[in-house]
Ligand binder design. Sequence first.
Ligand code: NAP
Length: 250
Amino acid sequence: MRTIFITGASSGIGAACARALARENTTLILAARREDKLRDLAAACAPARTHILPLDITDSAAIHAALAGLPSDLQAIDVLINNAGGAIGLEGAAEAHLEDWQRMIDTNITGLITMTRGVLPGMKARGRGHIINISSIAGSYPYAGAAVYGGCKAFVTYFSLAMRADLLGTSIRVSNIEPGMVETDFSLVRFKGDASRAASVYAGTAPLKAEDIAECVRFALDAPAHVNINRIEVMPTMQAPGGPVVARTS
Ligand SMILES: NC(=O)c1ccc[n+]([C@@H]2O[C@H](COP(=O)([O-])OP(=O)(O)OC[C@H]3O[C@@H](n4cnc5c(N)ncnc54)[C@H](OP(=O)(O)O)[C@@H]3O)[C@@H](O)[C@H]2O)c1
């Protein structure tokens, strides 16, 4: 029996990962704030066993309590998919709301490291485990309006690679998945519920689907035990890095 803990399982990439990894002999621990969405997802994950965990990843005490409170047969987490996160706002650095920046740091960084630190000692004691972090191309390629979101994802990418160094000599694997544009609720959340602005992000192009990223996760997980997929950077064919930009006064 394999136990897989997915944060941010209530929508988008996290939900797609749950569906892609739902197999017999697997227990999926599905965590997010929206319990109703987790319940719907759990019903779609048969034949896998599911355990629903309402959790706000920004609440470190709640993470510790949730991990300690898992049923005894689910304490040994084999796979942690650190997926919960996202962007809030697209304003430039001089206009951005400090509380949006703080929320992105609390979710994408503090939540992710708290989950990891909570789960990793058990993996180390058991001598096995796999941590999959959902970072972003925003961590490698800066764009206007993403100073803190991209900064958070750059942290996640570095954290993944540095953990590989810390865990060298163990059988624990760490993989960093770096998606480009994926059509999910990501833009709806970024634009604080403005559905038409969110839809305009994906209009007239062919973005990735959440299932494409779930497939990357599955590939990293299903690699033979002696293979560690360090990073997967993936963009839609209709997206490419933009390179430095230049302002001209005339
Ligand atoms: N979509 C893209 O273009 C894209 C590209 C690169 C990377 N990513 C990354 O992919 C990951 C998943 O995003 P997505 O595209 O699937 O967006 P999404 O559909 O908005 O999903 C975000 C998930 O994160 C959860 N979440 C957010 N804040 C949380 C909190 N405080 N506590 C617990 N869970 C929280 C949400 O659940 P609740 O709201 O129910 O709590 C939801 O399940 C994020 O880390 C995002 O940065 C996305």
